[in-house]
Ligand binder design. Structure first.
Ligand code: NZQ
Ligand code: ZN
Length: 385
């Protein structure tokens, strides 16, 4: 196992009807900005319940944070937060709202050069302060509710940023707020969480037993309860397990002390930026093709994945790996996610543009070993046609 630090200060409030507890979690004299997306949080009454929980606190609302949140939108919120003297941010929504709110938290403490927050990649931004924030999560997928990351669209490109200052102080995970999700968002969420685990687990072995077994447990839970939640909107027990799987997939626990990949995400971000394909879906499209291409590099962990996650015990190691990748692809297909790029309108020109954009973004040496070059990205995309 590699050396690591582990720090995660987010208080999770899991369960139904707990919003009254907002009152103890936010200072009573705080001026709160509630941030939300297009319409779901308003339309389905979540904002009303949140406002009740906030009692007599002074509140400013900022709606309209779009999926794949845009810098310009968030800067409008920053202006209002600064002008109104907001001192606590409360995100009500999915990954886009939570990520956008993290950006607002950092940007509200800066007077200029806000876009520079986006140019540090996976290295934490150098900022020294941020507004505190909390979340009411309405879409299980990204893990944003319990991590220090965000992804923002700037100049039609997606930029990740990190800062320990933007760990949510608390996050409410109430299954009731997720019943209104369209089916395809459940599928996207299952795929996103699944690939989050894979990016941290399916690399090279370093004898990190806890992380491996925890990762395998999350994958098996997603395989078991993801499709149940997808098909049966009323199964609350499956839904609860899916929700906690999505949070556990990217709250840091399984990623400590192990090599990490993230190539599937980097290719996927480009597909979202250029073609507007939902984040989770891009990952499900790319992952099976990437695993086939990188079989030799990930050989030992692929065998472990086949045996422990998919319970494939017969056959040669090679056969086990092939079957595990096929089962993974079939799992995504079972959620009605088509796993070829032609279906989404990406042709040979599209492949060229994706690769060129990745070059412009400096994404030329991906994976746990830094040797996944753009030639290989192109091969993966061609295999995904
Ligand atoms: O805008 P509204 O009207 O609220 O509708 C949203 C949106 O259209 C809707 N929605 C959310 N909760 C709902 C609901 N509809 C009905 N009922 C509810 N309860 O769902 C749509 C998609 O929402 P979005 O927040 O965009 O989805 P998701 O949670 O998948 O977030 C995706 C974003 O997270 C980033 C992605 O890049 C993308 O920008 N990621 C963030 C990560 C992180 N912070 O660690 C890691 C991820 O890998 C990912 O990159
Ligand atoms: Zn993701």
């Amino acid at each position: 196992m590699l050396d690591f630090d582990y720090y995660n200060p987010t208080h999770i409030v899991f369960g139904q009807n707990r919003l009254a507890e907002l009152d103890k979690l936010i200072p009573s004299d705080a001026k709160v900005m509630i941030t939300f997306g297009g319409q779901s949080a308003k339309k389905f009454g979540t904002i009303d319940k949140v406002r009740e929980g906030l009692q007599s606190r002074s509140v400013v609302e900022f709606g309209g944070i779009e999926p794949n949140p845009r810098y310009e939108t968030l800067m409008r919120a920053v202006e209002i937060a600064q002008k109104e003297g907001v001192d606590f941010l409360l995100a009500v929504g999915g990954g886009s709202v939570m990520d956008g709110t993290k950006f607002i938290a950092l940007a509200a403490k800066k007077d200029s050069e806000h876009h520079n927050l986006l140019f540090h990649g996976f290295t934490p931004v150098p900022e020294k302060e941020a507004l505190p924030l909390g979340c009411v999560a309405t879409l299980p997928a990204t893990g944003s509710e319990m991590n220090m990351a965000g992804v923002i669209t700037y100049n039609e490109q997606k930029y990740p940023f990190m800062s320990p200052l933007v760990y949510p102080t608390f996050s409410f995970l109430d299954p009731d707020f997720t019943f209104t999700l369209p089916k395809e968002q459940i599928a996207n969420g299952v795929a996103d969480a699944f690939v989050h685990v894979i990016e941290q687990y399916l690399t090279v072995p370093v004898n990190a037993k806890i992380q491996d077994r925890f990762a395998e447990g999350v994958l098996k839970t997603l395989i078991e309860d993801g499709p149940v939640t997808y098909r049966d909107n009323d199964n609350i027990e499956a839904r609860k397990n899916f929700i906690w799987s999505a949070t556990s997939a990217l709250n840091g626990v399984i990623g400590v002390g192990v090599p990490q990949d993230w190539s599937t995400h980097m290719i996927g971000h480009e597909m979202t930026a250029m073609y507007g394909i939902a984040h989770g879906r891009t990952l499900a499209i790319i992952l099976p093709h990437l695993l086939r291409e990188r079989k030799a590099k990930k050989y030992e962990k692929l065998v472990q994945f086949a045996e422990r996650v998919w319970a494939i015990t017969d056959g040669t190691d090679d056969e086990k790996i092939n079957m595990a990748i096929d089962k993974t692809e079939a799992f995504f297909n079972s959620l009605d996610i088509v796993t070829n790029i032609t279906h989404y309108g990406i042709d040979d020109n599209g492949i060229e543009t994706i690769v060129n954009n990745m070059e412009k973004m400096g994404l030329t040496a991906l994976s746990e070993s830094g040797d996944l070059t753009l030639d290989i990205v192109k091969k993966i995309l061609i295999a995904a046609k």
